[in-house]
Design a protein around this ligand. Sequence first.
Ligand code: COA
Length: 312
Amino acid sequence: MTKYVKIISSGSYLPKNILTNKELESRVDTSDEWITERTGIKERRVADENETSVDLAYKASLDAIAKSNINKNDIGAIFLATCTPERKFPSSAVLLQNKLNIKNAFSFDINAACTGFVYALDVAKKYIESGQMKYALVVGTEKITSLLDWTDRNTCVLFGDGAGAMIIAASDEPGIISSTIGSDGSYKDLLTVNTDLEYIEMKGSDVFKTAVNTLGKLAKHTLEINSIEQGELDWLVPHQANERIILAIAKKINLSKDKIIITVSKHGNTSAASIPLAFDTANSKNTFKSGDMIMLEAFGAGFTWGSVLMKY
Ligand code: COA
């Protein structure tokens, strides 16, 4: 059994096309002012028609692998979180494994909607703890704009495409201190893509309230079960859906805005990609220092939710 599991590198990729709020004004009855005020979003990325979630994942993974200084063939497993897979099967994880030309690994997809990356990290941590492998590649990737009804102003302004990845490894020191995941399928119709329609349908204000409530409780619970005082938390890297949700949660744990990584203004909600993208955006600027206490926290369709507490 391995004692600890640590993130040793992160990587990310954003498609080149930027779609601004101003441009959305010509598509639906909305305004830059409304979107900014209600969500904090200013722009988002949109993948090309022929660019898939696996293509995005591939570029983010190359970035993470390059920064890790490990040999890619030492990776024992690929855990890929997405709700916009390239194909129905084989899994996007297998397609990614093939693109990366990694031979001695097993790979599978995890779908927990916007919580997918935290679920994937939880699973990867447990595999590494079991001693089955030393290194794992954990990816969150979405071409979520492919699920948008571009005539529905309630949803089309909120989402964007992207991918983030991490290499995690067995370690002699902490590490991920705890991870918690949960779900409740009774909320299945509040945020969904019905297979007949293939578009995101959402009851926005119900999702908003439940997200704030659930994530507020989860953040407090995560600190409590690890005996961490609120003042000891250095960084919150939350799911980037709405800046108002993020700030409401921070208020519940008395965390000031300068300790929160907020990228929603530039990325929109990239679903399973949002946390690793936000993490890598900060990590690339050397924001996190060795020993910093960091909490990741996510909420998504299902509903699903999860948190990870770690020492960087
Ligand atoms: N531009 C202009 N007006 C819009 C709009 C847009 N893009 N989208 C919705 N509106 C309108 C609504 O139609 C409604 O009009 P009405 O009162 O005439 O019916 C009005 O704005 C208020 O809508 P409401 O839903 O109450 O606004 P809100 O303050 O709750 O903000 C969201 C809407 C979607 C931004 C917010 O509910 C939200 O962020 N929810 C959570 C979404 C989320 O995080 N989803 C992913 C979870 S992983």
